[in-house]
Design a protein around this ligand. Structure first.
Ligand code: ZN
Length: 371
């Protein structure tokens, strides 16, 4: 049976941990509005003459009047990652072009918008790859602590982040006979000595409704390959392009990264499955803990999912919010608390606790859920 497990005479409650951008930020990942500045002010970019970086420079000049080679970037106000990718995705969906940036035609620059869309995804993959090399293992600490408290299998995770911090932390449980289950099947299951199908009653679920940097999608086979123990798609798709094709049909893989915009493409069958399963698990949750999630207005799909489970669940769901960090102003805290309360109602627990503190002692928040 899903959701509940007997432990002595007590029923251990099902715990959902929702990881937002703030959880990755605590490990060194840039926030949405920092991504472009971080990437374009890096030495790697300044010394790069490859096609991707040159095309991005043209795109930023034409679309946002930003001269990446000559402007002093610390004074530039960049668009957010979501704004840039959202514009391109919407144009592709509507089959419309911008001057000089076509989707598909017979001109020499045919397909340019699709390339820009992929380059933007590679950009974030490259940046996260670099930034998270020196992470401080907060996600590892959380998983280890939940394992120590013997509640890891009563917990599932939802992450709106593309990075694979929580993924890597959960993969480390394999030597304890606990498996990571993303809720979808991978083509790796058919390959020897590769990622194996998780064992049902020995698994921890992780749902990633916005996609993941370690998933490579073959649009011909309609299958996803997972790149375990690699830091995202970067190595495959950018540095080792020859490995970035499907072994069966030789189609070039596509990343599955869905920006949290209003125009989100939910038509991919894998993403649909993830959303459906996330809803199924969330409905059974007793305690939902938001970590590092600011409840942004743009995430209307996430809000829709959360409202569905709040209304449709047959029992009340306790909601706790943990998103404090040193230097966070009282005004930001208050505004955030209001955003949560206006949506879920007044009865939520808005804690002045950081992700760093939570991972060390999650039992302080979980209380009767675990101990
Ligand atoms: Zn294929």
């Amino acid at each position: 049976m899903l959701g509940h497990r007997q432990k002595g005479d007590d029923i251990v409650e099902k715990i959902g941990i929702f990881l937002g951008a703030g959880a990755s930020k605590a490990e060194g990942a840039p926030l949405q509005n920092e991504i472009f500045y971080e990437y374009f002010s890096s030495e790697d970019f300044n010394n790069s003459y490859d096609e991707m970086d040159r095309e991005l420079a043209t795109f930023f000049y034409d679309f946002f009047n930003i001269d990446l080679d000559n402007d002093s970037l610390e004074n530039v106000v960049f668009p957010t990652f979501e704004e840039a990718l959202g514009l391109i995705d919407l144009a592709i969906r509507r089959k419309e072009s911008f001057v000089g940036f076509d989707i598909v035609n017979r001109a020499s620059n045919s397909g340019r918008l699709r390339f820009i869309s992929q380059y933007l995804v590679f950009l974030i993959a490259k940046l996260l790859n670099k930034k998270l090399k020196k992470s401080n293992n907060l996600h590892d600490q959380l998983v280890e602590r939940l394992y120590y408290l013997n509640i890891i299998k009563d917990t599932f995770f939802i992450s709106t982040n593309y990075d694979i911090l929580i993924d890597n932390a959960l993969v480390k449980l394999y030597n304890k006979d606990i498996y990571l289950d993303y809720g979808i099947d991978f083509k790796n299951y058919d390959q020897e000595n590769d990622w194996q199908r998780p064992v049902f009653d020995k698994s921890v679920h992780l749902f990633k409704p916005h996609g993941s940097l370690n998933w490579l999608y073959c649009p011909t086979c309609n299958q996803i390959e997972i790149t375990p123990r690699e830091k995202g798609v970067t190595t495959r798709l950018i540095n080792e392009f020859h490995r970035a094709t499907c072994k069966k049909c030789h189609t070039v893989y596509r990343p599955i990264i869905i920006p949290p915009s209003f125009y989100k493409d939910m038509s991919n069958v894998f993403i649909e499955t993830i959303w459906n399963k996330a809803e199924y698990y969330l409905k059974q949750v007793n305690h939902l803990i938001f970590c590092g999630y600011s409840f942004p207005d743009a995430d209307i799909h996430i809000k829709y999912l959360l409202k569905r489970i709040q209304i449709n669940s047959d029992h009340p769901i306790k909601i706790t919010v943990i998103n404090y960090y040193d230097g966070k102003s009282d005004t930001s805290c208050k505004e955030e608390e209001i955003r949560y309360k206006r949506f879920f109602g007044q009865k939520i627990y808005y804690e002045k606790m950081s992700f760093e503190s939570f991972v060390k002692e999650p039992e302080k928040i979980l209380g009767s859920d675990c101990c």
